[in-house]
Design a protein around this ligand. Structure first.
Ligand SMILES: C[S@@+](CC[C@H](N)C(=O)[O-])C[C@H]1O[C@@H](n2cnc3c(N)ncnc32)[C@H](O)[C@@H]1O
Ligand code: SF4
Length: 202
């Protein structure tokens, strides 16, 4: 099985636990970064011409924070320079604080057929505690826009003050949201993040 991964290194803001490569203060570079991505795809088309790709995964960072036209051009470039299998799975990662009906409509139109949404917790106080840029209601609005689509939701365990009841509520909210999959991550205190400092402080 072969897949293409494209990284979009921008976010609206930085979550306190996250050490993924993403720059919330550099969204102004999105246009030049995306131009480099299209050039790299063009360059690699020849090198990878013998592959038939099953998947295209647009991850981050937060791909949904950049202008949706950049994403549509990325998918078009992947189709132009690489061989994608018929019905290939094309996924985009989204943060509920960065979506709109217009964005999701264009994602669907350009061929994206799988959506990965970060929720982490259904408890607003915990979202605020880890620095998420959205509320539970914004996740529910996003899930409504994705109704009928193949979407999965990321949730986290091990958050400060999180109880078993909070985890139960989170799973229930996601299960009732129309999601087809839940990815559950145990909080890892990554060296250099604000949460790592909290961890060292007990
Ligand atoms: C690139 S993000 C998903 C999309 C989007 N950026 C968002 O956060 O909504 C990937 C996922 O990794 C998980 N994650 C990131 N840092 C983590 C950490 N330190 N410990 C455990 N899970 C983490 C979160 O569940 C997050 O949703
Ligand atoms: S929005 Fe996602 S990628 Fe960005 S800082 Fe938060 S967890 Fe990391």
């Amino acid at each position: 099985m072969s897949g293409i991964y494209v990284h979009i290194p921008f976010c609206k803001s930085k979550c306190r636990y996250c050490d993924f490569t993403s720059f919330p203060d550099k969204i102004g570079f999105a246009e030049s970064y995306m131009t480099c991505v299209y050039h790299e795809m063009a360059m690699r088309g020849e090198e990878l011409k013998d592959y038939v790709f099953d998947t295209l995964y647009i991850g981050g960072g937060t791909p949904s924070v950049v202008d949706e036209n950049y994403i549509a051009m990325l998918v078009a470039a992947a189709k132009k320079y690489f061989t994608l299998k018929d019905g290939a799975e094309i996924t985009i990662e989204m943060n509920p604080g960065t979506v709109s009906a217009g964005k999701i409509a264009l994602y669907k139109k350009c061929g994206i057929n799988r959506f990965s949404v970060g929720l982490q917790s259904a408890v607003d106080a915990q979202l605020a505690e880890v620095g998420r840029c959205h509320s539970l209601n914004e996740f529910l609005a996003c899930a409504k826009l994705l109704k009928g689509e193949n979407f999965s939701v990321d949730v986290m365990i091990g958050l400060k003050g999180q109880t078993l009841a909070d985890i139960g509520k989170t799973i229930e909210v996601v299960a009732n949201s129309g999601a087809s999959h839940i990815s559950m991550y145990a909080l890892t205190p990554e060296d250099g993040t604000p949460i790592y400092t909290d961890y060292l402080n007990g």
